[in-house]
Structures are given as C-alpha cells and as structure tokens.
Design a protein around this ligand. Structure first.
Ligand SMILES: [Zn+2]
Length: 399
C-alpha cells in the first residue's frame, strides 16, 4: 500500500516538475499541489488532473462584483478544489471522446445507451499536505518541556489529551499535552460548538464544519476537509455531471510526506464525524514530499495557481493554464455549465433532454440532477445541516 502511495505521489511531483515556471511559487512562497490519478484494470496509473493553489476570496469580494454573478470567477482556489474542477474538465473531454465514436479511457455506453465507467477503473487523490479544516487539527507529536530531562521516556496517550511521562525509575506521572496543530478555518457560525481559542489543546473543537480564511474577511467556502467529505458521499462529479454519468468516488487519498499528518484526524475529518463509521476511503501518507510546500524558508502563500488536465483527443494539445486572477478559465461555473449544455446536445439521451438552454439558469439546471439533489438534501438534514448555501443570485445566471 505504501508503494502505491509513493507511486501516486511521484506521478504528481514529476508532472509538476515538468511544467513551466508560470504560476509556480517564487523563492519564498509556498503552495499546495493536488492531483487525481486514474488506475485502470491492468493496474496502470495515469495522472489525469493536477492543480496548485492556496487562495480563497472573501465574502465581500464575492458580493460586490458583477463578474461572480455570471459564474465567471472562482472564489475557492485551494489546490484540492481546483484539481476537482480540472478533473471535471477531463471527464467532459472523455464524454466528448466517447460521443464522437472514439474509444474513451474510462467511459463506455451500455445497452440502455447510458454512459458508464469501464470495469476495474478507480480514481485516487494526491494532496501535498493535510487538507485544511478538521483533518488538520490534532496533537503535536513534538513538544518540549524544559523540566523533563531527555533521559526520561515519553509515551503519549493522544486520545485523552494526556501524555504519560515515564522516568528512569519507573515512576509514572501524567501531564497535559502542550499543543495541537491549528487550522485557519473558522467554525460555521450556526454550529453548536465553537472554538474556545484557549491556549494549548483547547484552542479548537473538532467536528464542526468550517469556512476557509480569506484575506482579512470571512469567506463562503467550506474547508477542504468538509468538501472532500461531501465528495466522498456524493461523488466528485458534482450535480451537473451526475445527470450524465454515474457517481465517481475517490478510492484513496494520499497525503504528501514531511508535513503534519494524523490518520486518526483524517478519518475523523473525512467521515467519522458524520456518523459514517465505515467508509471505503483509504488514507495513506506517502514518503515523497513536495519541495515547494510551506516551511521555514517558504513563508508566503503563492497567489497564482496552475491548473492542468489530460486531454485525450488527438491533435489537441495537452495544456497547462495559468490562472489569471481567477477569471476566464475553463473551469469556472460558467465554462463548465456551457460545456455541460453542449454535451447534453451531443448526447441526446432522454435523461438530459433540456429545453431552452439559452434561458435556463445554472441553478435550474442543477435542480435537474434529481438523485444528486435528493441525496444531498438527506445529508443536509442529517450530518451537514450547517452547510451554508451560496447566495441564490450567484447561481441564477444564464449563458
Ligand atoms: Zn484547503
């Protein structure tokens, strides 16, 4: 299993290294790298989407600008979120390929003319550091106390927030663990439990949904831990694509090496806190690490992003896109909506017989995904009831 994690990490790191400097961090900047890997029946691995990013726009940026209302801008540019969008692009390309009578790497058409995945296909997500939010809150393994000489053996009982200190003469004493790793993401306001912000281990609570920090102003975007938890239950394809294809689940999450990581916190953050005690998601830390991640030399988040996806069609170039201030991308809500309607046109299946595409709003179109919406509503009434919805006026644009 570790070998598998290392192979996945290596594919992402190698691809990243081959890309041009455009959008990459400068000397003192850091970023997060995420990738999605396709594993085929013959066990071959292919990187199909890659992204870097650290930024998230605040609520005020979002509400004051007309451009958002037309779905032209992304507010959340964390790598995990961008790589999912790049992956959506890849999925549309694959559907287009299939509908153009080529052989798709991942899709095929069944007897009922529905699109389905080839047998034995799976997808795996790499991210160079632990996702922000709940997954990032856990006890620090390294802590120092002047009063304990190094000859003493330390054992930590992390579950109870206590450490047991065993001295050479076998005398045991208990003392409180010093500190936890923190996240910049704040608890959603309507959550019952809020961070006490007390020193040490009582700084955070675990469990609540959290919103990403913006530059000095709150954002509407949920933390990556929360978003990945949602994808884990609903699939990464999102509502529009769920009209065309079956749900696509991520099978393994691989976190890059040399960064704070706790399997326990990852499991809690991604499913255990939502009453999903068993889950097929596998979580592994790779030994390979991303050398442009946050460290003592790289202290500033890199403001630009790289977004790349594999394009299978012959004659079309595989390309990396440098993100220019979040606009005119192939992965904005508007661009993906446009591609969705074009794909529906080409597919001509009764499942996506959408009339008046010129007048249909993005929101109306999303409501077409009946199964997806009803599952999401069930989840919202149960574990995700504090999930804030995006303001309606940001979703009612037409093309
Ligand atoms: Zn994040």
């Amino acid at each position: 299993m570790e070998d598998f994690a290392d192979q996945i990490a290596q594919l992402c790191l190698e691809k990243y290294n081959k890309l041009s400097k455009n959008g990459k961090p400068l000397e003192k900047e850091w970023t997060v790298l995420s990738g999605i890997i396709l594993k085929k029946k013959d066990s071959s691995l292919n990187l199909v989407a890659l992204a870097t990013g650290t930024k998230c726009l605040g609520k005020s940026d979002l509400l004051n600008t007309k451009i958002y209302e037309q779905g032209c801008r992304l507010n959340d540019s964390h790598a995990e979120v961008l790589v999912r969008r790049a992956f959506l692009r890849y999925l549309y390309e694959q559907i287009d390929f299939l509908l153009s009578d080529f052989k798709s790497d991942i899709f095929t058409i069944d007897d009922k003319k529905k699109i389905k995945l080839h047998d034995g296909i799976s997808f795996h997500l790499f991210t160079s550091q632990t996702p922000c939010g709940d997954c990032s809150i856990f006890l620090k393994k390294e802590f120092y106390e002047d009063d304990i000489p190094p000859t003493k053996i330390r054992k930590c009982d992390y579950n109870n927030g206590m450490e047991i200190v065993e001295s050479n003469n076998n005398r045991k004493e208990k003392r409180l663990i010093k500190d936890i790793y923190r996240t910049g993401a704040k608890c959603v306001k309507s959550e019952k439990y809020q961070d006490p912000h007390l020193p040490g281990i009582n700084y955070h609570v675990v469990g609540p949904l959290r919103t990403k920090p913006g530059r000095g102003n709150p954002t509407l975007s949920l933390s990556c831990s929360d978003k990945i938890a949602k994808w884990n239950l609903l699939g990464v394809q999102g509502s529009l694509l769920s009209i065309l294809i079956p749900p696509i689940k991520i099978e393994t999450i691989i976190v890059g090496g040399n960064c704070p990581f706790s399997l326990e916190a990852m499991e809690r953050g991604l499913y255990k806190r939502f009453n999903e005690k068993t889950c097929e998601l596998k979580i592994i830390q790779s030994k390979f690490s991303f050398n442009q991640q946050k460290n003592s030399e790289r202290k500033h988040p890199c403001p630009s992003s790289i977004i790349w996806c594999a394009v299978a069609v012959e004659g079309r170039k595989q390309g990396a896109t440098k993100k220019k201030k979040g606009s005119n991308l192939l992965i904005t809500r508007r661009a993906l909506f446009e591609t969705f309607l074009q794909t529906c046109d080409k597919y001509q299946h009764s499942d996506c017989n959408i009339r008046h595409p010129k007048r249909i709003t993005y929101l109306d179109c999303k409501m077409w995904s009946k199964n997806y919406q009803s599952l999401w509503n069930t989840l919202k009434s149960d574990s995700f009831h504090t999930w804030p919805s995006k303001p309606i006026h940001l979703q009612t644009f037409v093309l």
